[in-house]
Design a protein around this ligand. Structure first.
Ligand code: G6P
Length: 364
C-alpha cells in the first residue's frame, strides 16, 4: 500500500508522532488479558546465554535489551555489531539463543551473522519489521515488531517497537526461568499498556524540544550522556543527530566522562543528559556538575523530580512524565528523535533522505 505523509512535512515527523498509536497496536498483537503471547515457541525455555547482533539503530535496541535480559531474566547477554561479529569467529556454545534485530530484515551483515550462527549450535530468533524478509525467512522464529512501513531513513518508530518486542522477550524469559512471579509480570505489563498514553504526553512537549533543538542546531559538536538503560539511548540520540542534521555528536556512559571526553567540554559544546530520577541519578548529577563547572551547557532531559533536584543548574531542562524505570528508554527515545528532527529542519537538510545513507544496506 502507498504510504503518505498524512499532512506532516516529513515522513520522519509522521513516524515520530504516530508512535502512540503504533505502540498500542503492537502491544495488542502480543498481549491478552492473560499475558504475553509470542505466537511461537521462541526457544526461551532452556536458554543459557544470548547473543544479539544488529547494525545501526537496531544495534542500540540490542544494547538496551541486554540490560533487561540480564537484570530481569538473569541470562548473560553478549551484543555485537553485525559487521564485526562473524569475523571474530566467536564460539557459539550449546544453549545459545542468537537474536537478530533488523527493521528491513535485509541488512547484509546481519544476515551473514545469522548464517554464521545457523551453522552452529544456536537457535535463531529474529525481530524484524518486514515479516517476509530474508532474515525472517532464515530464522527458526521471526517476531514482527508491527511498526508499519517506515519510510524515513532515520529509524524512529521501528526503534521503539523493537524495544517493545525485546522487552516482552526479556519478561517472558524471566517468567520461564522463575525469576519473576505472575504479579511482577502483570505489574510490568500494566506499565507497558500505559506507555502509549505517556508517549502522547511526551509529544505534547514538542514545542519546548523544538526550541532546544534550534539552539543545538548552531553547535558543531554535541555530547550525549546517559547511564544504565539511558546509555544505549544516548548512543541512539547521538546517531539520530549525526544522521540527519550532520552535526557531529558523540555519546558516552556518564561515568566515562572523566576518562577522556571531558577534555572536549567548553561553552561551545552542548551536552544532552538523559536522566530520569532513578537509582543512578545522583551520580549523573555529579557528572553534570563536572560539565557545568567547565562552562558546558547542559540540556537535561528528566522527570519532574529530577528537574527539581537539578534545579537552576542546567542550561535547559525538558521535563517528561514519570515512567517506570524499565520503560524509560522507550519514552526518552521520543525527545531524542525530536531533537534530531528539529535540528535537521533548522539546518535545512533533507530529513527523510540524508546524504550518503540508505534505508536498507544490502551490501557488506
Ligand atoms: C541503515 C539505516 C539505519 C538502520 C541500519 C540497520 O544504516 O540507515 O537507520 O538502523 O541500516 O538497518 P536494519 O534494517 O537492519 O534495522
Amino acid at each position: 500500500a502507498r504510504v503518505d505523509k498524512s499532512g506532516y512535512k516529513h515522513f520522519m515527523a509522521k513516524e515520530i508522532f504516530e508512535q502512540p498509536t503504533v505502540l498500542a497496536d503492537a502491544l495488542r498483537a502480543y498481549l491478552s488479558p492473560e499475558g504475553i503471547h509470542l505466537g511461537a515457541d521462541a526457544g526461551l525455555a532452556g536458554v543459557q546465554r544470548i547473543t544479539m547482533v544488529a547494525c545501526g539503530t537496531a544495534f542500540y535496541a540490542c544494547l538496551t535489551a541486554k540490560y533487561w535480559f540480564e537484570r530481569l531474566a538473569r541470562v548473560p547477554v553478549e551484543v555485537d555489531i553485525a559487521s564485526e561479529f562473524r569475523y571474530r569467529e566467536p564460539p557459539i556454545p550449546e544453549g545459545t539463543l542468537a537474536i537478530f534485530v533488523s527493521q528491513s530484515g535485509e541488512t547484509a551483515d546481519t544476515l551473514a551473522a545469522l548464517r554464521y550462527c545457523k551453522g552452529r549450535a544456536a537457535s535463531i530468533l529474529s525481530v524484524v519489521n518486514v515479516a517476509e524478509s530474508s532474515i525472517a525467512r532464515e530464522s527458526d522464529v521471526a517476531l514482527p515488531i508491527h511498526a508499519g512501513a517506515e519510510i524515513g531513513v532515520a529509524s524512529t518508530k521501528a526503534f521503539t517497537c523493537q524495544l517493545n518486542v525485546l522487552y516482552l522477550l526479556a519478561l517472558e524469559t524471566a517468567r520461564l526461568r522463575g525469576e519473576i512471579d505472575a504479579e511482577g509480570i502483570s505489574e510490568r505489563l500494566d506499565a507497558l499498556r500505559s506507555l502509549p498514553g505517556l508517549f502522547n504526553a511526551t509529544l505534547e512537549r514538542d514545542d519546548r524540544i523544538a526550541d532546544a533543538a534550534l539552539a543545538l542546531s548552531e553547535a558543531r559538536d554535541v555530547l550525549f550522556l546517559g547511564r544504565g538503560l539511558m546509555y544505549p539511548l544516548a548512543l541512539e540520540g547521538a546517531l539520530k543527530l549525526k544522521e540527519i542534521s550532520y552535526i557531529h555528536a558523540e555519546a558516552y556512559a556518564s561515568g566515562e566522562l572523566k576518562h577522556g571526553p571531558i577534555a572536549l567540554i567548553d561553552k561551545t559544546v552542548p551536552v544532552v543528559v538523559m536522566a530520569p530520577r532513578d537509582g543512578l541519578f545522583d551520580k549523573t548529577v555529579s557528572n553534570m556538575q563536572e560539565v557545568i563547572a567547565r562552562g558546558g551547557q547542559v540540556l537535561l532531559i528528566t522527570d519532574a523530580e529530577g528537574a527539581r533536584e537539578a534545579d537552576g543548574e542546567t542550561w535547559r531542562t525538558i521535563v517528561l512524565p514519570d515512567v517506570p524505570e524499565d520503560l524509560a528508554p522507550m519514552l526518552y527515545a521520543l525527545p531524542a528523535q525530536l531533537l534530531a528532527y528539529h535540528a535537521a529542519v533548522a539546518k535545512g537538510t533533507d530529513v527523510d533522505q540524508p546524504r550518503n545513507l540508505a534505508k536498507s544496506v544490502t551490501v557488506e
